[in-house]
Design a protein around this ligand. Structure first.
Ligand code: CA2
Length: 139
């Protein structure tokens, strides 16, 4: 059975609890439940992880090197973590980057992703539905 990793970075455990105007009202648990339904329909499995710590995300990217794909929302690390970028570049598994909000219509510092150049693609601005779109891109 193919396994996909869904990795979420800092503060995404706060999803659905604050700033619904930007990030919507769904919690990360709801997102996981929805993706699990897609996984069950397609006979794949998903490993879900969230951390507020850069090193955890790096370790999980390495751990996922034999997985069928990684879906990652690195949170604010997106904009400056060369360490996460290098971790992605160090594995051959394909990675899709997801952002819930349209980062391009927000503050200028959010317009840059140091991660994108080492990913298969980026899904931005479709709310939490972006995770499902990313998963389906692999199926
Ligand atoms: O749009 C996205 O998915 C982001 O990756 C979310 C990050 C932000 O730093 C990126 O620029 C874009 C922040 C996640 C914080 O999530 C919260 C959720 C609810 C309440 C407060 C923060």
């Amino acid at each position: 059975m193919k396994t996909f990793y869904v990795l979420n970075g800092p503060n995404l455990n706060r999803l659905g609890k604050r700033e619904p105007g930007i990030y919507g009202s769904e919690t990360l648990q709801t997102v996981e439940r929805r993706l699990t339904e897609v996984a069950n329909e397609n006979e794949i499995s998903i490993v879900f992880r969230q951390s507020n710590h850069e090193g955890d995300l790096i370790d999980w990217i390495h751990e996922a090197e034999d997985a069928a794909g990684i879906i990652i929302n690195p949170g604010a690390f997106t904009h400056y973590s060369y360490a996460i970028r290098d971790a992605i570049a160090s594995v051959s598994v394909q990675v899709v980057e997801v952002h819930i909000s349209n980062v391009h219509s927000r503050e200028p510092f959010r317009h840059t992703s140091v991660i994108s150049p080492v990913t298969k693609g980026q899904i931005v601005g479709f709310g939490t539905q972006g995770y499902e779109l990313a998963l389906r891109s692999f199926l």
